[in-house]
Ligand binder design. Structure first.
Ligand SMILES: [Fe+2]
Length: 159
């Protein structure tokens, strides 16, 4: 088995850590801004996503120190669109989740066939994040339509 190149692997893990921490802030922030009849389930879903992002950030951070590197204290990009509209909140979340998914795919390409446990981690996270993206996409669909939302982009599911 070829050894992994530590530096690029740690760099991607730090990008993952930063984007998951941004997810914690983003989902928590939006959970304060949901009003109306559907508030309770949507708030609890957003809080659940914040908790899940924190767990993902912790897993990435643990991997960084396992590799003997220093975890970033930075946070990924956050966009305050001052929106109260659930559709915009979900579209913004979908975009951020797709970026995170890209980081996990990058991680997989760096460790595939080189480090079993890290490869397993990357694959598991790709599965979890793909399901998450699919879920958000379904929330953005018009009831009665099986068409994926335009924000989802082409080919995401097949990759
Ligand atoms: Fe995540």
């Amino acid at each position: 088995m070829t050894e992994i190149e530590k530096e690029p692997v740690v760099a991607v893990l730090n990008k993952i850590l930063e984007s998951e921490l941004a997810g914690v802030v983003r989902y928590t922030h939006y959970s304060f801004l949901v009003f109306g009849f559907a508030r309770i389930p949507i708030v609890s879903w957003l809080r659940q996503q914040a908790d899940e992002s924190l767990v993902h950030a912790q897993q990435a951070g643990e991997w960084i120190t396992t590799l003997g590197a220093y975890p970033s204290l930075a946070i990924g990009p956050l966009l305050d669109s001052h929106t109260f509209d659930i559709g915009s909140i979900l579209r913004e979340s979908l975009e951020a989740e797709q970026i995170a998914l890209g980081h996990y795919r990058e991680l997989l390409s760096l460790v595939e066939g080189r480090a079993v446990a890290l490869e397993e981690f990357a694959r598991q996270m790709i599965q979890v994040e793909e399901l998450h993206v699919g879920e958000v996409d379904k929330m953005l669909r018009r009831p009665g339509s099986t068409m994926t939302s335009p924000q989802r982009g082409m080919g995401t599911a097949a990759e």
